[in-house]
Design a binder for this molecule. Structure first.
Ligand SMILES: [Zn+2]
Length: 630
């Protein structure tokens, strides 16, 4: 029997008092920098970076940088754009410092302590300030060390280094210099986070045309790792090249993280080079405090969060649009940004950064207009939605097990073929309003991750699991879960060596050398099921996972359901506009009523209970809709 609930429920916003107390948690007065409580990026949904590394690149332009920079004007600009956090560059690629330093050199044209004054002006406006230090591109260091074997590439005829040159991260004394910059920033300034930029090693075939490095630092690390002399790189196979690359970048991350945690553990730290586009180990991202997704793709966002085990990810949405001189500015696509927010992303833009004035560090007129017309209204909206974004997680009934070790079975440790197996599963799931969740194999036994909540776990080509991780999967199935092994999953060890059988062949009652069939093969195991198939298809997923937490009509309208466990609320993010009907299954979400909606007008909804949960019908032309249920 259906029970009708009130057709139209008045909008309820959080009372203003509640919002104020939330905001007052941060930016309190402090005596010593060590006492300042940082508002990390996880709490900032409207992030920005006036990245000024890629303008006026000639060395003779250096004295012009920051010569007319006014911290108040920049902070006011950020405030007008409704930003709540911004990167503040302490050592951009130019290699000069924007703060009071003993270890580095200040920008010659800078007046006073621009970094400190900017942080102070931002904090007055309740905007978080994240310190930034470059890693591989420090053009000052490169120019001063040209000709040394740890500098790769050469500046052009005008002296421009840009991405033509790269510093080996093992260069003698270089990481010590980056550590020294970082120490000065953390000890002397109340930053809300600390981020490093670029994470590459000087290896053949690597990014930016860098060549193999045999500098003293590389030789030392090589000896330490392998107990062997690094003579010529051609004496070693590709596996050794990749292993050394990963060891080099991992060491840099570990050292910088450890330094920060020694100085001030409450300052969240992150890196932009630990994402699925890079050769660096995604598992190293687990050491940091937030995941980072450079180009805004929702699949990569989910993967970055799952692989690193983080609930939040900085998501560079406009960055994939890029901007080059002569190109028109792109409009901000609301549904993409809103999908990012629903999936645990934190909006982050440095779009149009090549249109920054290097003297004032403000965007030029065209870019100011873009920010005013596109970004500001969107960020204003996000500031109103924030109570429903805090601590929210997407509701998923299907988990995809990710294992970084899978890549080592492919030539050169290339992760791309594995990504190609994962991507369609995630993309389809998002299109069907039933996003999957990625879970790192390293987290399978973590009680906090509670894999029992998934109806289905999928291993699409996933390999390299340890005996303990396999045991966690067996336990999951014995207790009632369904497991789907896809393609050649579980046939390689953690080093990428072929096993000649797959690890759960016995449980699947398969011959030792047998391969998964084209159609689904399902075997009972304990209270659950073990299944395998050559290619993971949506039909197989549906058959094993059962009904999704929500379904939408028309199906092309995408809706994401998130849960705020602590607040006992569920949020429906209606990404597409126009009328639609959402069926919510009680098994996954059991609200009884609507407590709020956004926007307040321009649309209506009707809620009725059904045998399986709630049915919600929406009508009206309003865009960017959200419905909050409790
Ligand atoms: Zn080197």
């Amino acid at each position: 029997m259906k029970k009708a609930l009130p057709l139209f429920v008045a909008m309820l916003l959080l009372p203003p008092a509640a919002m104020t107390s939330l905001a007052d948690e941060w930016f309190a007065p402090f005596q010593r920098v060590a006492d300042y409580k940082p508002k990390g990026p996880e709490h900032c949904f409207r992030q920005f970076n006036i990245d000024w590394s890629w303008i006026a690149l000639r060395p003779d332009q250096l004295p012009e940088f920051l010569s007319e920079a006014d911290p108040v004007a920049l902070a006011e600009f950020c405030q007008r754009m409704h930003m709540d956090g911004t990167v503040v560059m302490a050592v951009p690629h130019h290699g000069y410092c924007t703060f009071e330093t003993r270890v580095g050199a200040k920008f010659p044209g800078m007046k006073g302590d621009w970094f400190g004054r900017t942080i102070s002006e931002l904090h007055k406006r309740k905007i978080a300030a994240f310190g930034y230090v470059t890693l591989n591109w420090n053009w000052k260091f490169i120019r001063e060390n040209l000709g040394r074997d740890f500098i790769h590439g050469r500046p052009d005829a005008e002296g421009v280094c840009a991405s033509r040159c790269v510093i080996c991260l093992n260069a003698p004394g270089y990481l010590e210099l980056v550590e020294a910059y970082t120490r000065e920033v953390l000890e002397n300034y109340p930053v809300d986070g600390m981020r490093w930029d670029i994470l590459i090693s000087a290896k053949q075939g690597g990014l930016h045309g860098s060549s193999d490095c045999t500098c003293e630092g590389c030789r030392g690390l090589f000896r330490e790792l392998y107990g062997q002399e690094l003579t010529r790189w051609q004496d070693f196979d590709q596996r050794r090249h990749m292993d050394f690359h990963i060891a080099t970048t991992t060491r840099a991350v570990e050292r910088l993280r450890a330094l920060c945690k020694r100085i001030k553990p409450s300052v969240p730290v992150w890196q932009n080079g630990l994402n699925s586009y890079h050769e660096n180990s995604l598992n190293v991202g687990r050491l940091l405090d937030i995941a980072y997704n450079e180009f805004g793709d929702p699949f990569r966002l989910l993967l970055a969060r799952g692989a690193t085990g983080k609930s939040a990810a900085i998501n560079g949405l406009m960055n994939k649009a890029g901007w080059d001189p002569g190109k028109p500015l792109a409009p901000l696509v609301h549904h993409e940004w809103r999908a990012c927010l629903a999936l645990g992303g934190r909006c982050y833009s440095y779009y149009g950064h090549k249109l920054t004035n290097h003297r004032t560090l403000l965007p030029n007129e065209a870019m100011q207009a873009w920010h005013r017309e596109q970004l500001a209204p969107f960020y204003a909206m996000v500031s109103q939605l924030e109570p429903w974004l805090q601590d929210a997680t997407p509701v998923s009934q299907v988990g995809v097990v990710f294992s970084e070790a899978t890549r080592f079975r492919f030539p050169n440790g290339d992760r791309a073929p594995y990504i190609s197996a994962l991507e369609p599963i995630a993309t389809n799931s998002l299109q069907r309003s039933a996003p999957v969740e990625f879970i790192n194999a390293l987290d399978l036994g973590d009680p906090q991750k509670n894999i029992a909540r998934f109806k289905l776990l999928i291993l699409p080509r996933t390999s390299g699991l340890s005996a303990t991780e396999l045991d966690s999967l067996r336990h999951y199935v014995r207790e009632g879960g369904s497991l789907l092994v896809g393609g050649d999953a579980l046939r390689h060890d953690a080093q990428g060596k072929e096993l000649g059988f797959f690890a759960l062949a016995k449980e699947l009652d398969m011959e030792r050398g047998a391969v998964p069939p084209p159609s689904l093969r399902v075997r009972p195991y304990g209270k659950g099921r073990m299944a395998c198939i050559a290619d993971v298809s949506q039909t197989a997923i549906d058959q094993l996972a059962g009904p999704a937490p929500l379904t939408v009509q028309p199906p092309e309208n995408r809706v994401i359901l998130t849960h705020q466990e602590r607040q006992h609320r569920w949020v429906l993010h209606l990404l597409d506009d126009g009328p639609c009907t959402v069926e919510l299954r009680r098994e996954f979400a059991a609200p009884t009523r609507v407590m709020a909606r956004y926007p307040a007008s321009g649309w209506t909804y009707a809620v009725e209970s059904t045998g399986t949960g709630l049915r919600i019908q929406t009508v009206g032309q309003a865009a960017d809709r959200i419905l909050v249920l409790e």
